[in-house]
Ligand binder design. Structure first.
Ligand code: UD1
Ligand code: CA
Length: 461
């Protein structure tokens, strides 16, 4: 096998996106397009990957880090010019180089492998990955001669009416004999309707030198979608979403409505999880066996334990244990750690807090900056008063404590083990373990006073 290399083109601004965000950084299912491409490329056994950056180069470099080398294309003079920027790094290498665009996020490792194999078997100097497109508008068209050999590529804007009828497109992915590529690039001119140095012109140059040029047609057209605008971006989202969901379903996950479930590329879901409609699961989330998620739930970077249920809720950067019940309408904010068998009910917000095993916060509470032990019951409407306007303070609630409804726990404060806080208390001092703390005004009843009061008010009218 020859040595294999890859060049990713990612320097364009993406004018047609009409966005401040550079095109290849637009996410598809939560991951920037160029990162999708790089990950699929990297899955192939390669010597080296070079990414051509230009617009947004700092952001693209930050994103891709050590996973690729970079070259800078200072002015975006076309895809041929972009590849030229890799000349110094690449031109003397013997082997096969794949060139792929950073705006084709659906292309897969398998396709790269097949393209390499086809190219090497054919002994070609260049092989274009082509596809029959139902709507070829906007793509370069593959022009074949009467022997059905690839002759050249013509861009949409340069194509004659007859050429525009061709439905075989250039997917923007190619395999080249590396040395032949850099040699041929020297002959590319910008004499075309866009005044750009087109990479596809290399095909005609090689052909004129009687070199072998081949076309490899991919049957799954979806993979070749090039994202130039937001319409294509939404199409890419849809294809990627169904691809990911199908994989999870094949692995034993029930997804009630795959069209309406958004699972990002790096999420791990174990078998027998059930996902209801309207759910988004993103980041590095892990959903353990038998969990039930949704409907209408948003989970980012969370681990959800076995047999847990998260209904109509939002959870971010947190860990949720086994057999936990969350929601409906709960908000689990970053750094929550919810223990096994705990319960977080409706209109409860938890932030930077640990909730021990079997503890319950069933209704309308805020628990932030708190350390809650096991088997604690937190009554409806309880608030950890964590913020004094300047600093955040910790509330500690020890095991088996019972917090009555509508209590304010003014932090820093410790509620001791097994203690009891009476409903409606505003706790400003630590409560010793096993104590009953009542911190509210004493009730006084004035018998018969209600009708007196009414009469007095009446007289005033
Ligand atoms: C290109 C191809 C077209 C093909 C289509 C497939 C050319 C001239 N045309 O068209 O035949 O059907 O892809 O999707 O190659 N880029 C740079 N530097 C530049 C210009 C572009 O790095 O100076 C990068 C872009 O960031 C992008 C990729 O190259 O990732 C393709 O550029 P784009 O402008 O999207 O080309 P298309 O018009 O889609
Ligand atoms: Ca494109």
């Amino acid at each position: 096998m020859k040595k294999r290399y890859a060049i990713i083109l990612a320097a364009g601004q993406g004018t047609r996106m009409k966005s401040k965000l550079y095109k290849v950084l637009h996410p598809v299912l939560g991951k920037p397009m160029v990162q999708h491409v790089l990950e699929q490329v990297k899955a192939v056994d390669l010597e080296d990957v070079v990414t051509v950056v230009g617009f947004g180069s700092d952001q693209v470099k930050d994103l891709l880090g050590d996973n690729t080398k970079f070259v800078l294309q200072e002015e975006q003079l076309g895809t041929g010019h972009a590849v030229m920027q890799a000349e110094e790094l690449m031109k003397d290498k013997k082997g096969t180089t794949i060139v792929v665009c950073g705006d084709t996020p659906l292309i897969t490792q398998e396709t790269f492998e097949k393209l390499f194999e086809h190219h090497e078997q054919e002994g070609a100097k260049a092989t274009i990955l082509t596809a029959k497109a139902p709507n070829p508008f906007g793509y370069g068209r593959v022009i074949r001669n009467d022997k059905n050999e690839v002759e050249r590529i013509v861009e949409q804007k340069d194509a004659s009416p007859e050429e525009q009828l061709v439905d075989e497109i250039n997917t923007g992915t190619y395999c080249f004999d590396n040395e032949a590529l850099f040699e041929a690039l020297k002959g590319v001119s910008n004499n075309n309707s866009q005044g750009e140095y087109y990479l596809p012109d290399v095909i005609e140059i090689l052909k004129n030198k009687s070199e072998k040029v081949s076309g490899f047609q991919i049957l799954n057209v979806d993979e070749t979608l090039g994202v130039n605008d937001r319409v294509a971006l939404s199409q890419a989202e849809k294809v990627m979403k169904l691809r990911i969901n199908e994989q999870h379903m094949r692995n034993g996950v029930t997804i009630m409505d795959p069209e309406n479930t958004y699972i990002h590329a790096d999420v791990v879901i174990e078998p027998d999880v059930v996902i209801y409609p309207g759910t988004t699961i993103g980041g590095n989330s892990i959903i353990r066996e038998n969990a039930i998620i949704g409907p209408n739930t948003e989970i980012q970077n969370c681990e959800i334990g076995e047999d847990s249920v998260v209904k109509q809720s939002v959870a971010t950067d947190s860990k949720i244990g086994k057999r936990v019940n969350i929601g409906p309408f709960a908000h689990i904010r970053p750094d929550a750690n919810i223990g096994d068998e705990a319960k977080v009910g409706n209109f409860v917000e938890i932030k930077k807090a640990e909730l021990g095993k079997g503890s319950k916060v069933s209704h309308l509470s805020y628990i932030g900056d708190a350390q809650v032990g096991s088997n604690v019951n937190i009554g409806c409407g309880t608030i950890t008063v964590n913020y004094d306007g300047k600093n955040k303070h910790l509330t500690t609630i020890e095991d088996d404590a019972f917090i009555g409804c509508n209590s304010n726990l003014i932090a820093p404060v410790i509620i001791g083990k097994g203690s009891y806080v009476a409903a409606g208390s505003t706790i400003t001092k630590d409560v010793p373990s096993d104590a009953l703390s009542v911190a509210r005004a004493r009730q006084s009843n004035k018998e018969g006073y209600a009708s007196k009061l009414k009469n007095r008010l009446q007289d005033k009218n």
